[in-house]
Design a protein around this ligand. Structure first.
Ligand SMILES: Cc1ncc(C[n+]2csc(CCOP(=O)(O)OP(=O)(O)O)c2C)c(N)n1
Ligand SMILES: [Mg+2]
Length: 674
């Protein structure tokens, strides 16, 4: 590898630009007294070559839809990204923000957070998420280029990963998917420094990463990660490949410091002498946070390199008919489709006449069949459960190397990779991503689902087989705690519709979101139609509503979601036959119900009647509606699961686990005292 003296001597301009990244990192980490110095110091040369010679972007227009995307998967090296954004002239990334690295109210969080600053394309920090969501960015680019044309969509996705990203399991899902899909616009830059927190990579790994990538259909190029010409040549070569490319960049972590090539170099280098000595090695004789004018100028020039390309793109856009421009702008901004509500109303109008007794996963398919041909921004998929999740509609076509216009993705058995890719597609813009698996396997997708919520991206998780109601596959496949886990996640809508009408409304809600994900919990087993009167109003938007009013004095309120609404309706019949006036409240979405004003919630859940909630999952999450909101502990009960399910036909399971109309009646009688 090139040593610093040779580098300075042969590439003085490059050296100074890279040194600016390195010293800003040292200064910001020292000021914060925390952070990660080594990674930005090691990858500064690669990043400098990328941003000054290859990345197509314009710092003055960071939202330009046809920009290249840069993703720092090794999110702990956040100062690398912040320094680049500052130096290239992103207006919001001021020097003050860098000075306030990791402080309250600054946009320079410990790890890059989407939405905090322009140029942060996705939140990274949980290792592996960046590379996995990058696959989604690259899919979105291919898909939209095929459908909108290369004059509007023609860019690349560049990702920096560390050893940690490549050890995480999700990276294998991502790499395999990208290789199969031949995402040749995707280039991964591996910070091959041989060091992680505990020490040398060899402590825990002997994987030949080059062979691993090649085995999954990638091209691999090796280079000296400090030699700008070698890095440049590798990137130039990568752009010509017909496969995704991994460039293995050999680097020194914490280059030039006494911590170089050691695990100590991974974290915060805050010792004043170490910093001074390192700056001396760099030949950097300036005060903290100081960037000399010529270096600042050189970086500003790099930040404006993409301006002609951006302006040419805007001119091509402006030349399109106004209606097409408006449609594209809406689509790039992920705004809801204007025909969505009308399509959903038509489905509901038919449903109240037909009253189909079908599984909610089948209802979901019916809805998608109506929506997908019109809402062409949808890209659906499943983690190898297409026939079970009912996620594919005939119009979509399968996305792949031979059909880039296809809108259905066979993700393979890769729930985590699927969820991360969906995040990437949504963040790229122009695509509404939905993907399916069994509800139980939200566990396998969860780290990416959490990031959907944290970033506020409106993806839709189609989670079928949502309870013991899936039957014979048994407790390994029967979710009991998963509704509660999803509901516990902030900024996530969890919708469990009861029939076709509610499922159509649920999809309308999900596809109208602009800043939060939706989890649709759908049944395997057939469900009775419970919404049988016409209403244009979308009642799922209310989260909870009176589905069936009590006859006579109201003494009990039954609350239920999804498949158990039918049980609540049966229990109501039995109770009312005995003169116990009973109201049934459908609760398809607790989050939306909680958002209603107090007057609505009081109308739905007035004080007085006893309350019983019925759901084939654990109780967690229901207590607010049972014991809060004017309810009382001694006047409420829950009918649901307290442990894992079992393997048997579903109707037997409902009986054995006591989730029946009769059990509900018994609870109400006990509470009412008759
Ligand atoms: C999923 C996840 N697990 C653990 C961590 C904590 N962590 C942050 S960086 C790191 C080591 C990463 O090593 P590498 O990618 O080689 O980075 P380098 O030390 O070379 O900067 C770990 C374990 C994390 N951020 N995300
Ligand atoms: Mg490393």
């Amino acid at each position: 590898m090139l040593d610093i003296a040779t580098l300075k001597d042969r590439h003085p301009d490059h050296w100074c630009k890279a040194a600016a990244i390195r010293t800003l990192t040292l200064d910001a980490v020292a000021a914060a007294n925390s952070g990660h110095s080594g990674m930005p110091m090691g990858m500064a040369d690669v990043a400098t070559v990328l941003f000054t010679r290859h990345l197509s972007f314009d710092a003055a227009a960071p939202h330009w839809p046809d920009r290249d995307r840069f993703i720092l998967s090794a999110g702990h090296g956040s100062m690398l990204l912040y320094a680049l954004l500052h130096l290239t002239g992103h207006a919001d990334m001021t020097l003050d923000q860098i000075r306030n690295f990791r402080q309250w109210g600054s946009i320079t969080a410990g790890h890059p957070e989407y939405g905090h600053a322009t140029g942060i394309e996705t939140t990274t920090g949980p290792l592996g998420q960046g590379i996995a969501s990058a696959v989604g960015f690259a899919i979105a680019e291919e898909s939209l280029r095929a459908r909108m044309g290369a004059k509007l969509v023609d860019h690349r996705t560049w990702v920096i990963v560390g050893d940690g990203c490549l050890m995480e399991g999700v990276s294998q899902e991502a790499i395999a998917l990208a290789g199969k899909l031949e995402l040749s616009r995707l280039c991964v830059l591996w910070d091959n420094n041989g060091i992680t927190i505990d020490g040398k990579v060899s402590l825990a790994d002997v994987t030949d990463q080059n062979m691993r990538f090649q085995a999954s259909g990638w091209d691999v190029i090796e280079c000296d990660g400090h030699d700008p010409d070698a890095i440049d040549a590798a990137m130039t070569k990568a752009k010509k490949s017909s496969k995704p490319v991994m460039i293995a960049c050999a680097t020194h972590i914490a280059l030039g410091s006494s911590a170089q090539d050691t695990a100590k170099g991974h974290g915060a280098l805050t010792d004043a002498k170490l910093i001074a000595d390192t700056k001396a090695v760099y030949g950097w004789d300036y005060p903290a946070f100081h960037i000399p004018a010529d270096v600042a100028e050189a970086w500003a020039t790099a930040g404006a390199r993409g301006r002609p390309a951006r302006e040419a793109w805007e001119a091509r856009m402006a030349a399109l008919p106004a209606t097409r421009q408006a449609a594209l702008t809406r689509q790039f901004a992920n705004e809801p489709h204007r025909r969505l509500t009308a399509l959903v109303r038509a489905i509901k109008a038919r449903a109240v006449v037909d009253k189909p007794r079908i599984a909610s996963r089948s209802s979901s398919e019916l809805v998608l069949k109506a929506l997908n041909p019109v809402l062409t921004e949808t890209v659906g998929g499943s983690a190898d459960l297409t026939g079970s999740n009912n996620t594919r509609t005939p119009d979509m076509g399968v996305f792949g190397p031979e059909n880039r216009a296809g809108r259905y993705i066979h993700y393979g058995i890769r729930e985590h990779g699927m969820a991360a890719a969906m995040n990437g597609m949504a963040l790229h813009g122009g695509i509404r991503a939905y993907g399916g698996t069994f509800m139980c396997f939200t566990d396998y997708a969860r780290p990416a689902m959490r990031l959907s919520a944290l970033m506020g991206v409106p993806v839709v998780y189609v989670m079928t087989h949502d309870s013991i109601g899936l039957g014979e596959d048994g407790p390994t496949h029967q979710p009991v705690e998963h509704l509660a886990i999803s509901r516990a996640t902030p900024n996530t809508l969890v919708i469990r519709p009861a029939d076709l009408v509610e499922t159509a409304e649920a999809w309308e809600v999900a596809l109208s979101q602009t800043s939060r994900p939706t989890v649709l919990a759908l049944s395997r087993q057939n469900l009775a139609a419970v919404r049988v009167t016409t209403s244009n109003a979308n009642l799922v938007t209310r989260g909870g509503y009176v589905l069936s009013e009590a006859t006579g004095p109201r003494r009990a309120i039954l609350m239920a979601s999804g498949s158990e609404v039918e049980i609540a309706m049966k229990a109501q019949e039995l109770l009312q036959a005995d003169g116990i006036g009973t109201r049934v409240v459908s609760v398809p979405c607790m989050e939306l119900f909680a958002e209603q004003d107090e007057a609505w919630r009081r109308r739905v859940l007035p004080a007085g009647p006893v309350r019983v909630a019925i759901e084939a999952g654990v109780r967690q999450g229901w207590d607010r509606w049972l014991m809060g909101e004017r309810g009382r502990a001694e006047k409420s009960a829950f009918v649901g699961m307290t442990g894992f399910g079992a393997s048997a036909p579903y109707d037997r399971l409902y009986k054995e686990f006591g989730i029946t109309a009769e059990a509900v009646v018994a609870k109400v009688r006990e509470l009412v005292g008759v």
